[in-house]
Design a protein around this ligand. Structure first.
Ligand code: GLN
Length: 483
């Protein structure tokens, strides 16, 4: 039962092969049995899950249908869930029970999805390895000595290990696509503004975007359908109609123009990954796509720009955690300054503190022009490169990451080494573009992802290309041994 995709579950529920309650119980038992090896959950919501599953079964018995009605999922632990701990992977919010549901959570619940729990993540979504979580590192089910990627490492490890078919995640600089690549999943970061950020604890507000992590493009289409849409509570949400993503999955790739940026294949890319990317290009050519070399000349500036902009926004967003209104509060503060200092010093981990310091520095008087303003100018250049490229091609293809998943602890002493691994993903966030990562093969038994980028609001195009590829390849069906 645990091998089923969301699409298969929807068919099985519609055909009354099993009930949502039965499936939910099987998966909860599987999580209890196997998750101690992975640490992919921060909280399990068993009672809520059974209650939601029963309600979904009752709705189906009353004649309702829908791809998500009775489908078990989990939420990354930065989506607020009413009455349930929403920790953001931080000691700061270990005691925080959200007083309301995030829009994404409410929409999925209304569609009938069943919440099994809240998944582990890098603290405040800062990281690429899920090692900065206060709840401990998450292990990669493909090799328990390796990281699952981050920051949505819990969602990724759980779905890859078949603990559940799909989960929500967020992507500020790659946190959906990179863990998807590291664990052999399909993950989609939508266009900025496509999915509401209301109730999603902010890291860098101009970059953050929620999206689906699943095993197939077909399942990402189903989950995205339940997440996307205009939300008056989010001032950056865009009032555009949401297309039927599953209906966009049947299109031929004949004549599809795929741009491959020459900058993607320079030094730093593992040659074994380069070879797998070439294989995926050939596969898409067989399906009728036309390949064109393109250039994204400002790509080399993206990492420094991102690692100014994201910490700058984080330093501002995280100022609300001051020990006064919610979250961790130190014992016996001597005065207000002592309360701030000790609450924040005790509540935030090392990586979060580093980013707050970098961000506050970059925004401070005298340095603003040199760092923040400069980074924003680079951001515009990165966007312009994409706009020029999309005049010539329909999608852009390349590796999701320069290397496969590294060993736990390998980059802990050198944060910049981890930042450099984000080179292929962060440009889409700087430009606000949608991006998808899908399985493309293995290196030393570890999964490799290929990334597709498309113009604004072309999520359907990305999902269709990935779906056509998955109809003709079987990488995405491989299961990690032991799970
Ligand atoms: N690795 C990047 C960072 O640490 C991206 C994280 C994310 O997308 N949330 O900022």
């Amino acid at each position: 039962m645990h091998q089923m995709t969301l699409a298969e579950i929807a068919r099985g529920l519609a055909d009354k092969k099993f009930s949502s309650e039965e499936l939910t119980k099987v998966l909860l038992a599987r999580i209890t049995q196997l998750d101690p090896q992975l640490n992919s959950f921060i909280s399990l919501t068993e009672d809520l899950a059974i209650e939601q599953a029963k309600a979904a079964d009752a709705r189906r018995a009353n004649g309702e249908s829908g791809a998500l009605l009775g489908a078990p999922i989990a939420h990354k632990d930065l989506f607020c869930t009413q009455g349930i701990r929403t920790s953001c992977g931080s000691k700061m919010l270990d005691n925080f029970k959200a007083p309301y549901d995030a829009t994404v959570v409410a929409k999925l619940a209304a569609a009938g999805a069943v919440t099994l729990g809240k998944t582990n993540m890098d603290e405040f979504a800062m990281g690429s390895a899920n090692e900065s979580s206060w709840y401990g590192a998450v292990k990669n089910p493909w090799n328990l000595e390796h990281v699952p990627g981050g920051s949505s490492g819990g969602s990724a490890a759980a779905v890859a290990a078949r603990l559940l078919p799909a989960a929500t995640a967020t992507d500020t600089g790659g946190s959906i696509r990179q863990p998807a690549a590291f664990t052999n999943l399909t993950g989609l970061k939508p266009t900025y503004g496509r999915v509401s950020r209301w109730g999603m604890i902010a890291y860098a507000s101009s970059l953050d975007q929620g999206g689906p992590l699943a095993r197939t493009a077909e399942d990402c289409a189903i989950l995205l359908q339940g997440m996307a849409g205009f939300d008056p509570n989010d001032s950056t949400s865009i009032d555009e109609p949401v297309p039927d993503y599953s209906a966009s999955l049947g299109e031929s790739l004949q004549g599809l123009r795929i741009g491959v940026p020459k900058e993607y294949f320079s030094a730093g890319l593992d040659p074994r990954i380069a070879e797998l990317i070439q294989n995926s290009i050939q596969q898409l050519q067989k399906l009728g796509a036309v390949i064109k070399e393109i250039s994204l000349p400002n790509m080399q500036h993206a990492i420094p720009a991102y690692y100014v902009i994201a910490p700058a926004e984080a330093s501002s967003n995280l100022s609300r955690f001051d020990g006064v209104r919610f979250g961790h509060r130190c014992e016996n503060p001597e005065n207000l300054i002592d309360l701030y200092k000790r609450s924040r010093g005790e509540g935030f981990g090392a990586e979060v503190q580093r980013r707050i310091m970098v961000g506050a520095y970059a925004l401070s008087a005298g340095y603003y022009d040199a760092y923040y303003l400069k980074a924003q100018k680079i951001r515009r250049l990165v966007k312009n490169d994409f706009m020029a490229a999309f005049n010539e091609v329909d999608i852009i293809l390349g590796p999701t990451t320069p290397n496969p998943a590294w060993k736990l602890g390998a980059k802990n002493s050198d944060p910049v080494a981890a930042y450099l691994e984000d080179v292929y993903t962060i440009t889409a966030n700087l430009a606000g573009l949608p991006g998808l990562s899908m399985p493309a093969g293995f290196v030393d038994g570890l999964p490799v992802g290929v990334q597709l980028l498309a113009p604004y609001f072309q999520e359907g195009r990305l999902l269709n290309v990935a779906h056509q590829y998955q109809l003709n390849t079987d990488w995405h069906t491989r299961t990690p041994t032991g799970f």
